[in-house]
Unconditional design. Sequence first.
Length: 459
Amino acid sequence: MVSTLLPTLSLPVSRATAFLLGTPLKSFRSHHPLLRSFLASASSLSSPPTPRSLVTMASAAIPARRDLLMLGIETSCDDTAAAVVRGDGEILSQAIASQSDLLVKWGGVAPKMAEEAHALAIDQVVQKALDDANVSESDLSAVAVTIGPGLSLCLRVGVHKARKIAKVFHLPIVGVHHMEAHALVSRLVNKDLDYPFLALLISGGHNLLVLAQNLGEYVQLGTTIDDAIGEAYDKSARWLGLDIRKGGGPALEELALEGDPNSINFRVPMRQHKDCNFSYAGLKTQVRLAIESRNLCTDDIPISSATEEDRQLRANIAASFQRIAVLHLEDRCQRAVEWALKMEPSIKHFVVSGGVASNQYVRAHLNHIAEKNGLQLVSPPPSLCTDNGVMIAWTGIEHFLAGRFEDPPPADEPDDMQYELRPRWPLGEEYSEGRSVSRSLRTARIHPSLTSMTKSSRN
Ligand code: KG4
Ligand code: ZN
């Protein structure tokens, strides 16, 4: 049996949307009196809006709804996270269990191990979030949970937990797109941030440039054709023999402070491609070659035992890598600003979020791009840039208030229910100018984009 939270691939988009992004408000209202007051204000959002009114309504969708209490659950990758957030954006709690030991041991995320670690941590993490918020499940208005993109095995742990709570306490569920959550948490930290805005989302698995036109509606200006920047930081840190228990990115950022960023001439990727796509696989290889050609025994000698000269060489590689990695971001972001302003001249904000956005060098350089173009940079504090439960709860709140959520699971739903998840789930369609000849998009088993679902849910 497949849950209605996650529709089967064979469903046409319009039907899938009805199942997936929310039960219509009317049918829900009848058996959920608790939510009547929220829905009264949200119901206007369920009728098909004109393009102009979308902007106004988007700002109205951040209400002072202190009574709304959302639990957010995130298990898409290597962090088990949960948080309780009020409808007005007050963060009541956040709890997180990271799998750093596993990352060190396996050199990356091993899906089966990650699944087990999530399964071991999830009950405690959710309980801690509830305890720290001083609430119980029965106080919640709804549960938001990441349903993609990410590793199916890992996503399933969070969805299973969310449905269990929702079933017992008769709560609606909001299925959240992980990358949308990275973008939208910026609206929690900056209440002036309204649509349309440009967003760069940089994490371990994704490099996305999107134009956010409205809640759930994105134009994808660029993506990576191979690796994401976070993957390049992580591998480089590992190859340089750094202590990656707190993450490869932070370790490399720290060492780079000691190095000369101009000491090694790494090539900036994709300069010949006049688009907004990214590529970090080649830069990774350049780092590997730089280490090998200098005969640094980084596999055997960790940085803590390196000689002063060896440490300086490693720091130079780290700093030079970081300079070029970020220069590549700057190139693509400058072009994306131009494209975005052509489509939406009213844009005022440039959002930078995702784990890599917690890097101070990255933030400073992208702030420069924002200022140069008369935009305001909005980047959440580091703890909200890396994976967390708050961003899921907040995105759940935004969709919930827009009327996109699912009914509580039926009381007889079996505990071993198999849910269909969305490991590969685009945020939006590609901007036509952005199609790179070098793109080799694997299209198998990709779900309809969030944007196409949002749009068809209105029809
Ligand atoms: O968003 P995130 O927490 O998880 C994913 O969705 O992937 O991003 C994790 C990525 C990792 O590659 C991590 O090394 C990177 O973000 N990261 C950083 C920094 N902090 C985290 N990269 C560079 N500098 C940092 N300070
Ligand atoms: Zn993430």
